[in-house]
Design a binder for this molecule. Sequence first.
Ligand code: B12
Ligand code: SF4
Ligand code: SF4
Length: 326
Amino acid sequence: MTRKDVEQKRRVATSRNTVEVKRRARDLGFDAVGVASLEPNAHAVELERWLAAGYAGTMSYLHRQSARRKQPARIMAGAKVAVVTLTNYCHGSIDPGAVPGGAAKVAQYAQSADYHRVLGRRLEQLAAAIRHVAPGAQTRVYLDAGPVPERELAQRAGLGWIAKNMMLIHPMLGSFTFIGVIFTDAPLTPDLPFQADRCGTCRRCLDACPTDAFVAPHVMDARRCISYLTIEHRGDFTTDQRSLVGDWLLGCDVCQDVCPWNVRFARATADPALAPRSDLAAPDAREFLELDEETFASRYGDTPLERPGRHGMRRNAAATLARKAP
Ligand code: B12
Ligand code: SF4
Ligand code: SF4
C-alpha cells in the first residue's frame, strides 16, 4: 500500500466515525450536532475587551478562564476537536409582546429539571460512543461549567451564528437551546463553520431589553442583565438592582422572545426529561419568602433554582413582590 492509499484509508475511516458519532448523538436525543476544530478563538480580542470593561461583574471565574477560552486547544491536552451538541429546551411559551406587570416569571431554561444533570448523563453516553468508534480515545465532557467558549465552538461546528443578543441561533431551531461540548483526541472530521450573520439590520433584541443591558450589538453589560442579577449575583440587591429585576423571578427571556428567528422557528421540545414543571412555569413568588432550607432543597434541589439557592430566590421574590405592592 502506498502512503497515498494509507492516507485515503485513514480519511475514509475518520469520515465514517464522524457519521457514526453524529448518528449516535441524534439517537440520544440531541437536536443538532457538529464537530469544531480547536483553532484560537476568533473573538479573543472582544472577550478581552469585554472583561476589561468590567461587564462580567462578580463572575470572576470568567477572568480566570480567559486564557483557555481564547485558546480552546489548551482545555484538554492532546484534544483535536470538540463535538458540539444543541438541545432544544423551548416550552412553546414565546411571548414577543410581554407586558411588564404580569405574574412572576421564570426563564424557559429553568422550567424543567436541571439540564446539567439531564444532559450531563447524555453527553457522557455520547462520549462513550466516541470511545467506542475510536478505541483508546480520550474524551472530556463540558456543559455550561468550565473554561469553554461554547457559543464560539457551536458556530465553528456549523450549528448557527452568534447573534446581536450574543445567543447562538440555529437557523431551524432558534436560540432556546443548550450547548453541550465533548473535547476528544479521536480523529473526527470538523464541519465548516456557520459563516452567515442572519441578524441583518434587525435590532429588536437590543431595543427590547428592559434594562438597556446591551452597550452595542454583541456586547452586553452583564451587571445590568436580569439573568445575571437573579442567577449569578451574590448578596442583597441595591435599590437600583432591585428596580431592574421587574417581574423576573429567575433568568430573563426578553431578548430571545422578541427575536423573529424564535417567533418563526422555535417549537416546544418533546423531550420528556425536559418537560416543564407547573411549579416552575407558573410560580408563586410569595412561597419563596417562607421556605426553610430543607424544604427548598427537597422541592428545588434538582432544578436550576439551586444555583441562586434559597437566599437568592428569596431575594428575587422580594424584589418582584415589592414592585407589585401598592
Ligand atoms: C457567563 C454566562 C452568562 C452571563 C453573561 C452572558 C453573556 N452574554 O456573556 C449571564 C448570567 C448574564 C448569562 C445569561 C444567559 N445565559 Co448564559 N452563560 C454564560 C457562560 C457560562 C459563559 C459565557 C461567556 O463567556 N460570556 C462572555 C462573552 C463575552 O462570551 P461569549 O458569550 O462566549 O461570547 C462570544 C461571542 O460573543 C464572541 N463575540 C464577541 N464579539 C463578537 C462580535 C461578533 C460580530 C461575533 C460574531 C461574535 C462576537 O466572543 C465571545 C467570546 O468568545 C456560558 C457557558 C459557556 N461556558 O460558554 C452560558 C451560556 C452562554 N448561557 C446560556 C443561556 C441559555 C443563558 C440565558 C438565555 C439564560 C436565561 N434565560 O436567563 C441568558 C441569555 C443572556 C444573553 N443574551 O446572553 C447558554 C446559551 C445557549 C445559546 N444557544 O446561545 C450557554 C452557552 C450555556 C449552555 N451550555 O447552554 N449567561
Ligand atoms: S436576558 Fe433580559 S436583561 Fe439580559 S440582556 Fe436579554 S433582555 Fe436584557
Ligand atoms: S432580534 Fe434581530 S438582531 Fe436580535 S438576535 Fe434576533 S435577528 Fe438578531
